[in-house]
Design a protein around this ligand. Structure first.
Ligand SMILES: *[C@@H]1O[C@H](CO)[C@@H](O)[C@H](O)[C@H]1NC(C)=O
Ligand SMILES: *[C@@H]1O[C@H](CO)[C@@H](O)[C@H](O)[C@H]1NC(C)=O
Length: 417
């Protein structure tokens, strides 16, 4: 059995010791004590893995017992679980991955001992620094810009994508663009909803390092609407959206509403089986090369989509009808290593939303009220691929936890005979 406290304690000591290699009086004498008295400062003050690597030879970092046998074994177990070997990488890179893993481990341990309601845990992103993670997932400053609404008008976000919406207003009847405030007033809204249990949510997928969250979110919403309408849950193709939806930008990012709009103008979506995910956009003639070889599934065409007004009540009512595409601010390390519990982060600036996911339910547990959200970062992430975000978080968080209220929409399917 691993003694986690012990591991964390030792790591804290290790980082502290290495923190002050030049050993001014304070650092040298304080290290042992400090690991007991203020582990927080120590871990936060840890130097970065690449800085450490500058002063420590890669070979000694890769050596079997460095920095402790327990930690080395932990890293090895993790590598085995996720099939990473680094054997073809230069020693420097392998050492950097190990150090990054250890730094993340220290962060996770520190968080989990600090008594928060929500916990962090290792997953397949454990050897990536926060910056690398954000970059590969196209988050934060790496977000392509389509998720950067310029401001609000009438309490609603106005999208200012790098590319303009292709005259949406012209395509759809005026009145369909009006908000939906009050739309749910007469609706019986249950206190809890879980579309996963009700069989309207397909298995968790992994977008991998392609910024296609928007396609996973939109496809999930259409799968849900179709399952509710027909009783048939079939995985649909996000690759079709990546290749064929020219308004969105493939792995470079996009918006769920644009995906709904593509689907509205198209013949419908093929199944995931017939048009599988390729982890990248098929460039040039991708769509015309691949799409003709699959047959669109019935009841996958969108007739219109509805924006959800920015209130907890309306999002709840919308989810009671069907799984809803939502955008969130996936802020850094907490999202990278979220494991379980209800995560809450105030929506300080709706401009920071950077990730599209699918709200598939809501409810309450011993930690409070939550939204149940399906992510597309694989099943090792979070609670089997899902995250619970705080609900009814109060007026201090106008856009909802992680800004979940700010860009929610749901597709309505065409009636087909
Ligand atoms: C939904 O909201 C977006 C901006 O957030 C807006 O551009 C779009 O026109 C709205 N669509 C509908 C159908 O209301
Ligand atoms: C569900 O729909 C798919 C696609 O149309 C079809 O291939 C499959 O047979 C259906 N499943 C059931 C159980 O009807």
């Amino acid at each position: 059995m691993r003694n986690w406290m012990n591991i964390a304690g030792r790591l804290a000591l290790w980082t502290a010791c290495l923190l002050a290699p030049s050993a001014d009086a304070k650092g040298a004498t304080g290290a042992g004590e400090a690991s007991g008295s203020s582990p927080n400062n120590m871990l936060i003050a840890t130097i970065s893995p690449s800085e450490l690597l500058r002063s420590t030879p890669a070979a000694s970092i890769l050596e079997s017992t460095y920095p402790t046998e327990e930690l080395h074994r932990l890293f090895d177990d993790w590598r085995e679980t996720f099939g990473r070997s680094y054997e073809s990488d230069p020693p420097h890179e392998a050492a950097l991955r190990k150090l990054t893993f250890l730094k993340n481990h220290a962060f996770i341990e520190e968080h989990n001992q600090a008594g928060h309601d929500w916990k962090l845990g290792h997953n397949e992103f454990s050897d990536l620094s926060q910056e690398e993670f954000m970059e590969r997932m196209k988050l934060g400053k790496h977000s392509p810009g389509v998720f950067k609404p310029r401001g609000r008008s009438d309490g609603r976000l106005v999208s200012a994508g790098a590319r303009s919406l292709r005259s949406l207003a012209a395509d759809v009847e005026e009145d369909e663009f009006e908000g939906n405030a009050g739309e749910y007033d007469d609706l019986e809204v249950p206190d809890e909803k879980n579309w996963v249990e009700e069989g309207a949510v397909s298995s968790v997928k992994n977008q991998w390092f392609c910024g296609a969250c928007w396609a996973f979110s939109a496809v999930g919403a259409i799968e849900g609407a179709r399952a509710i309408k027909t009783g048939n849950l079939t995985d649909l193709s996000m690759q079709q959206l990546l290749d064929c939806d020219d308004t969105d930008m493939g792995c470079g990012g996009g918006l769920m509403n644009w995906a709904f709009q593509y689907d509205e103008d198209s013949v419908g979506l093929c199944s995931l089986n017939d048009y599988p995910y390729a982890y990248h956009r098929h460039w040039f003639w991708g769509c015309s090369r691949y799409a003709p070889y699959c047959t669109p599934i019935p009841d996958t065409r969108v007739s219109k989509y509805v924006n959800i007004t920015e209130t907890e009540e309306d999002l709840k009512a919308a989810i009671a009808i069907q799984p809803v595409s939502v955008a969130v601010m996936a802020d850094g390390v907490s999202w990278q290593f979220y494991r379980d519990g209800i995560y809450s982060s105030p929506c300080e600036d709706p401009k920071t939303i950077n990730h599209g996911v699918l709200a598939v339910g809501y409810g309450s547990d011993e930690n409070g009220d939550y939204w149940l959200v399906k992510n597309s970062w694989g099943g090792y992430w979070g609670q089997g691929g899902y995250i619970k975000l705080g609900r009814n978080v109060g007026s201090e968080s106008v856009g909802g936890s992680s800004c979940i209220l700010t860009l929610a929409s749901r597709p309505i399917l065409k009636d087909e005979e």
